[in-house]
Ligand binder design. Structure first.
Ligand code: GLP
Length: 240
């Protein structure tokens, strides 16, 4: 693992954005794996800036998002589809048909997960951006006795719903289920960028990077991947 503790938020955002947009600059039909949460917002801002200033086109690129809430329509304000439109897609020239998120409104979640997994197999992710949940989750792969490899539907843990309640009017509005790429699907990406900010993540960062590899900390499985770049701000990296 290549672990970097950065002095500023600006630097972290810039470096992560450079990896992602650099992949498209080198190969216009690159496949990017994208994430949501508060951490990627600044990264997407930088990507938009670089897209404009260097005229890097996304017309041939493809994106796959890690996860989506079950029961929220794409135009719901808190859906991850809306988040992606707001922070990235509406600012770049990526064709709408090239931007994939799991469909949390699908009549059969099982079929939707299989369909998503098939698309990922056809267009493997070149570079995957990841955030880290307070409990060690990646995507929405929550800690537990077992982990699923492929894209699947999950019940969200209360801690995750609490953490994400800040984006909703009340905690009751936070969906109870989500569809997420599995840890196996995530680990198939050629390169993975794990971006983490904040003192509240310092313990879980240490556990994920240096603790035992365990389903109790899904992010610890990243230790088994050969090309992971970890970008931390000073606070998130202070316990290393
Ligand atoms: C959500 C997302 C995760 C993300 C996590 C941390 O639960 N499903 O993919 O990594 O939040 O987000 P934040 O960066 O806001 O702490």
């Amino acid at each position: 693992m290549n672990i970097r503790v950065l002095d500023s938020q600006e630097q972290l955002d810039d470096i992560a954005a450079e990896y992602l947009i650099g992949a498209v600059e080198r190969r216009p039909d690159a496949v990017l794996g994208l994430a949501t949460g508060s951490t990627p917002i600044g990264i997407y801002e930088k990507m938009v800036e670089k897209h404009r200033s260097r005229h890097i086109s996304f017309r041939e690129a493809t994106t796959f998002n890690l996860d989506e809430y079950v029961g929220l329509a794409p135009d719901h304000e808190q859906s991850y589809a809306s988040y992606m439109n707001k922070h990235l897609f509406q600012h770049i020239d990526l064709p709408a048909t090239h931007a994939h998120l799991p469909n949390g409104m699908a009549a059969s979640l099982e079929e939707e997960c299989k369909h998503y997994e098939r698309m990922l197999a056809e267009q493997p992710v070149d570079i995957q951006l990841l955030g880290l949940g307070h409990n060690g989750h990646i995507g929405f792969n929550e800690p537990g006795d077992t982990l699923s490899g492929d894209t699947h539907a999950v019940v969200l843990q209360e801690r995750t719903r609490d953490a994400n309640a800040r984006f909703f009017d009340s905690k009751d509005d936070v969906p109870t289920h989500a569809i997420t790429m599995g840890v196996g699907s995530i680990l198939k990406a050629k390169t993975i960028i794990l971006a983490v900010r904040g003192a509240d993540k310092a313990d879980i960062v240490r556990e994920a990077l240096f603790g035992p590899i365990s389903t109790e900390c899904p992010a610890s499985l990243l230790q088994t991947h050969g090309d992971v770049i970890v970008l931390l701000d000073r606070e998130a990296g202070r316990k290393l």
